[in-house]
Design a protein around this ligand. Structure first.
Ligand code: GUN
Ligand code: ZN
Length: 443
């Protein structure tokens, strides 16, 4: 095996951009070279000729000109057992969960089924240029085993958790406080730190966890303080009303999680749309992350997430972006940011394309405290990459004729792009999109 020199237009963020003209916030190399060592890590980045001059003589070269080379996309909230739930017709969140989602997740008690869906899950993410995801598995330990086994095979950096839920769902989807605790521990022992796998403590949401189970989640959080915690918060008005009825002693929905010690810097709160100032202050003080899931929020009619407002508060709330498959309607992070943009438009706010591309890459890596490994093209990080072609379709190619600047090109990618725009996806320096397509077509 030799090192690889990947040539193309390199783009990597150094920090969050302040404006559309904030060119100090990113590194852009028009004729760039990215040297990937045999360990799959980025060994050098810069002008192609300069990087080539210092590269080993036997280096393998891959030429992606004129395409853009970016860090692979990161999706911070997705449900692995909901691939066959996407596009289910429901009036709102609770109807959607009860009618389609819970029955579908029951099937993941079968490890053959979980393994089959896990294969499709990673194939699809790689087709879309996403190299890291934070996923809910189902309540069944078998689903977490399938999720992590497949990630390990592909050497992908993945976060996942066996869902803990012990009420308000079909019998086939319930554990108990003890089972939730024991099986989460078993998943941690088997998978956490194996390859690039990270386990998240995953109480689904307060509606499906009894106080006893929340206590079990708290014990896990205390025993494993470095682990991620993921759950859902304030997605839908009816959900909020019922949740507060179930926990009458809590000040509000956020306070339920606070009371069980579940709010910290590694806590990812899906949706978090309808929050009071008190709740936002609590999230800000805890350093927890509000995960914006735009296609899902629109699809289920949940509401308009006030992202910009949360970011510019005196006590800002950390945010990240995600697909929320299967409540979300697209696997593409490009499409996700297209919808995020439209939501901000409806709220009278501006979300510029530099901010969007920062969020999908470095921003989401920072939300996971993983920027030392993913989300940039910095030396020493893992070469998880996406190669993008802004002229991938005839209509995009035509529009590209009139595009003059990098932010304009990024905005076109976000507005019209999808999986067709993704030329290749690399995991630790290995081309994965083309190889998985070839394997599945029997080629
Ligand atoms: N709240 C609790 N579970 C879910 C889920 O699976 N999807 C969404 N969108 N919200 C939830
Ligand atoms: Zn979700």
């Amino acid at each position: 095996m030799t090192s690889t020199l990947i040539r193309g237009r390199l783009l990597s963020f150094k920090r969050a951009p302040h404006s559309l003209t904030d060119s100090d916030s990113y590194l852009y190399e028009h004729d760039g070279g990215l040297l990937v060592g045999t360990d799959g890590k980025i060994a050098a980045i810069g002008d192609y000729a300069a990087v080539k001059a210092d590269a080993p003589e036997d280096v393998t070269e891959i030429d992606h000109r004129p395409h853009l080379i970016l860090p692979g996309f990161i999706d911070t909230h997705v449900h692995f057992p909901q691939m066959q739930v996407v596009a289910s017709y429901a009036a709102n969140l609770l109807e959607w969960l009860n009618t389609y989602t819970f029955p579908e997740e029951c099937r993941f008690v079968e490890s053959d089924h979980a393994t089959r869906i896990a294969t499709h899950f990673y194939d699809e993410f790689l087709r879309q240029g996403t190299t890291t995801a934070v996923a809910y598995c189902s309540v069944h330990k078998a689903s977490a085993d399938a999720f992590f086994a497949e990630a390990l095979k592909r050497n992908m950096c993945m976060v996942g958790g066996k869902v803990m839920m012990d009420r308000n769902a079909p019998q086939g989807l319930l554990d108990t406080p003890e089972m939730g605790y024991d099986e989460t521990r078993a998943v941690i022992e088997r998978w956490h730190g194996k390859g690039r796998n990270h386990v998240a403590i995953t109480p689904r949401f307060a509606i499906t966890s009894t106080p006893g189970q929340m206590k079990a989640a708290q014990t896990l959080a205390e025993e494993f303080p470095d682990l991620f915690i993921q759950t859902h918060l304030s997605e839908n008005h009816e959900e909020i009303r019922y949740t507060c009825e179930l926990y009458p002693e809590a000040k509000d929905y956020t306070d339920i999680y606070a009371r069980y010690g579940l709010l910290g810097k590694k806590t990812l709160l899906g949706h978090a749309i309808h929050l009071s100032e008190r709740e936002l202050d609590a999230l800000s003080e805890a350093g927890s992350i509000a995960v914006h899931c735009p296609t899902s929020n629109l699809f289920l009619g949940s509401g308009l997430f006030p992202m910009k407002q949360l970011m510019r508060r005196e006590k800002p709330v950390r945010i990240s972006v995600a697909t929320d498959i299967g409540g979300g309607s697209s696997y593409s992070m490009l499409k996700t940011m297209d919808e995020a943009y439209k939501i901000q438009q409806l709220l009278g706010e501006r979300l510029n394309p530099l901010e969007s591309f920062h969020l999908m890459t470095r921003g989401n890596a920072e939300a996971l405290s993983m920027q030392d490994d993913i989300g940039t093209l910095d030396i020493g990080t893992t070469a998880d990459l996406v190669i993008l072609d802004a002229g991938a379709t005839p209509a995009m190619k035509l529009r590209m004729e009139t595009i003059r600047t990098l932010p304009e090109e990024l905005f076109l990618l976000q507005t019209m792009g999808d999986d067709r725009t993704v030329v290749e996806t690399y995991v630790a320096g290995k081309a994965m999109k083309s190889t998985s397509i070839a394997a599945n077509s029997g080629a």
